[in-house]
Design a protein around this ligand. Sequence first.
Ligand code: 3H9
Length: 714
Amino acid sequence: MTNENPNPVVNVNFSTRSNGAIAIISINYPPVNALSGQVRSGLVNAIESLENNDKVKVIIIRCQGKTFIAGADIKEFGKPATEPFLPDVVNRIEACTKPVIAALFGTSLGGGFEVALSCHYRVALSTAKVGLPEVNLGLIPGAGGTQRLMRILGPEKSLEMITSGRHINVKSFADSSLIDVIVEDGQSGLTGLDKVGTVDKIDKLDEATIAFASQLIETNHLTPKRIGDLPVDGAAFNWQQAKVAITKKARGKLAPVVAFDVLEKTQAMNISNGMAYEREQFLMLRASPQSAALIHAFGAEKKAAKISNTATPLKVTNVGIIGGGNMGSGIATSFLSANFKVQLIEQTNEALEAGLIRIKNNFSNNVKRGRMSQQAADSCIANLSGSIDYQALADCDLVLEAVFENIDVKKELFKKLTEICKPTTVFATNTSYLDINAIAQSISRPEQLVGMHFFSPANIMKLLEVVQADKTSEQVIATAMQVGKQLKKVSVLVGVCFGFAGNRMYTRYGREIQQMLLEGAKVEQIDNAMTNWGMAMGPLAVQDLSGIDIGHSARSAQPFPEHDKGYFRAAATMVEANRLGRKTKAGFYDYDEIGKKQFSSIVQSLLEQKAKSLNIKQVTFSDEQIVQRALFALISEGLALLKEGIVQRVSDIDVIWLHGYGFPRYKGGPMFQAKQLGRDVVKQQLTELRESLAKDKANKIWPEVDMEVFQTLF
Ligand code: 3H9
């Protein structure tokens, strides 16, 4: 390929071949070839220049690096938009008088897929994925995606794709005209950008695309086929039914509902009017708090993965997991799914057998639910072995314990492991609350101990807190973070304190919920207020699900705080009445035979009696007051975590709450909420809560706002 006419724009070049008949526009803007202002103007300049070049008959748009364009440049969001705007870019491409072919590999997403749809042909590697994931950022496609996709796939499939935001393998479109050529890359099973973007595969895609271009020239198929010229075939589609389903599924999210509205309203319009309405709605969403929150969440997750230490992680292949209960087997499933070799250790043959069965059941469930093929499940399970002899762990690169929450048991265990395991083994504890520094002090290799706190069910939940103890080495931290990435977890580095970052805040949140129960808020009112606000589950329904006695016994390991007379007394009252939750068919709710929850008058009266005995004044709550108190408890505790340096950065707290506790993603996390409410409101409300709720005490529960830490939020 010659570089005879390089475009002056940095990110986009073009060259020609076949005596100048085929032009190749090449985009190079790492890491994902996002549509920055330079890429947009480069594309327009290149198209215009090539259109005016009489020798050129066909134009190809391809990308360097690991993927075709992955969307609008998220880094430009929030800055003033610069011309050319993307809708104009895609319209310019579609209007080109010479056929334009997109060469797709990796993930062509959002604006990137919209560019591909504006091209007249699409050639794709068989591993390529396409998608319109704008809803994940609180947006809809804003450059003709709703219009062109609907013209080529029809309303049903388009709505499914746009409202789910899913990335879909191009092979799924084999029976539509969305993709013209699928190029087998010869290596089945490869997915993801890293594996696709190798030079030889791009060469293969280039070859196939050039061959397709040559064919167009040879057969004189040189009139562009424009998707925008097609009509929408939407007459037979049941729009009303789709609206009900999409609104229900959206659960408070605005973007999917707006996407529906755009498709329905524009189905009979021409592409130009349709795109104008799409743009108007896109810009409306672009300015919405939901979109700001979702874009924050995307950035916060990327940041959380970054740590300041530059140590090279140790290579981990063989993993030992001690404890085959629900937690241990979930963790083992997670490691096996990421192709690690796992040695499960239990105390008895019976317990070991039960643990192995739990793991195998997790894989059968994955197969049943279509999450993986039987063949993939079998190959994961082939990496599993079990033993009751700790010597089996001698060669493990990482040994993680998920045994009973008792510090003496854990100290003994790690002492034994330091004697058995090779010198480089990383030791990890899955404790939720215990002092990892105290465990480290009792072993001979404290620098090799780290916390890896998974959330239940560990094979499903995305969050992993990597807990750095005082002596944990940088290399061990880097290794744990790297392992988290391999497990496809969202890993967040935190420091040691009771409950670390997530559970400490959860305790603070729970404390406030329990306190409100004693002050007169009703069980259902609290749960409804919180779920209507967006939490995945009501906090009391969660307690019933996980077992009220579990938290109660963890809390009872230390004395209840004297300054807080109502501290988790509602939960203690339930435990005293043997109302432990769903497992006893009675907790904060009653449960019928089929597990449906119902209001419990017994609970009501037990809580009233308890409040009376503690001399707690009864008040009436509005739903807003419930949400405000719960949210500000989180903000207050988050500020304390920041002050103590338990988290690296404020956005890490949001990531923890989004992935570990069902906080609504479209609200960005508790600290983002604080940011959106603004400095004055937050300061005023925290001060008011402190004055009204803790005035008679040492104010340990609602501490004074630390102005220095507080400033870092804004
Ligand atoms: C849109 O297109 C709107 C249009 O309809 C209309 C406009 C008018 N921009 O996830 P990774 C960075 S909305 C800038 O770790 P992976 C990311 O921050 C957009 N940067 O890799 C990270 O940087 P760093 C629709 C982006 O291989 C690096 O790339 N598009 C963008 O696991 C690697 O990311 C989307 O929503 C971007 N658009 O996954 C796509 N995307 O290394 C969102 C990524 O500094 N992105 N980066 O931390 C993704 O889904 C994944 O990143 C992707 C790669 C699948 C592309």
